[in-house]
Design a protein around this ligand. Structure first.
Ligand SMILES: C[S@@+](CC[C@H](N)C(=O)[O-])C[C@H]1O[C@@H](n2cnc3c(N)ncnc32)[C@H](O)[C@@H]1O
Length: 240
């Protein structure tokens, strides 16, 4: 029988493994500022907290943010019970969330639809060094796409959805590249665990080859025009 709790455990475990691979990009000294946006019940928040504080011996200022007051209250209680120093839970919309100073690391697991774009825009605007985000459902492009050349896909709704899922995440990756990040799209977990199994992993580059960002931006614009879409991530990053 499929056990949802075990599946979540595997997803969180793998998420932390994928974080561990890029840990060396985070600042070597001092307190790390970390955000888990759309944290929900915060399994990931606690796992990342454990990884950084206990396994890597770091001091952290970590924030789990979610809209749900009951869930946030519960997570806050657990954090206090476990004496998780530096771990805070904030109830609110991630669109208006702010930290003191830049976050070093922004993580997010299954932020719904365009909430993932809000997560990515927050991370970019605040110059996060490392971003790990596994998107959830994708609705925006499916509703907005209009492309005569792709009608042969659009006429099959299941294929259109699969195409839009992939194109949305590939465009997110390209938009992050245009902001100076090195980006990979990685399989988080076996699709039998969850079909929402793509991780976008991005590391802000200190040195970038001349023209690389501009090339990515030009490619991004061209593809959006071709698909007839204006993704939320672009709108959030283009307007302050
Ligand atoms: C599918 S759940 C994922 C929760 C958790 N990260 C996990 O993997 O178990 C998505 C969460 O995003 C939260 N959420 C969606 N939009 C949000 C927003 N704009 N600001 C804050 N939280 C939001 C919801 O309340 C919900 O708890």
């Amino acid at each position: 029988m499929f056990d949802k709790k075990e599946a979540k455990y595997r997803q969180v475990n793998r998420f932390v493994e994928l974080l561990s691979d890029v840990y060396h990009n985070l600042p070597k000294d001092g307190t790390l500022t970390v955000c888990d946006l759309c944290c929900g019940k915060s399994y990931l928040t606690f796992a990342v907290y454990y990884f950084l504080t206990k396994l890597r011996g770091r001091s952290v200022k970590m924030y789990g943010v979610d809209l749900k007051p009951d869930v946030i209250e519960y997570c806050d209680k657990i954090a206090k019970k476990l004496s998780c120093e530096g771990l805070h839970f904030v109830c609110g919309d991630i669109s208006s969330f702010k930290t003191e100073g830049s976050p070093d690391l922004v993580v997010s697991l299954h932020a719904c639809d365009t909430a993932t774009d809000i997560v990515l825009a927050y991370a970019v605007k605040n110059r996060a060094k490392v971003i790990l985000s596994t998107p959830c459902c994708h609705h925006e492009m499916n509703k907005a796409m209009h492309c005569r050349e792709l009608e042969f896909i659009e006429k099959h709704s299941i294929l259109k959805q699969k195409f839009c899922d992939a194109a949305t995440d590939a465009l997110r990756a390209l938009r992050l590249e245009s902001e100076g990040y090195a980006v990979e799209a990685i399989e988080l977990i076996d699709p039998e665990d969850t079909p929402k199994n793509v991780m976008i992993r991005a590391v802000r580059q200190d040195k970038i080859m001349p023209g690389k960002r501009e090339n990515a931006a030009a490619k991004y614009k061209k593809i959006c025009e071709f698909l007839g879409v204006c993704p939320t991530l672009d709108r959030l990053l283009s307007h302050d």
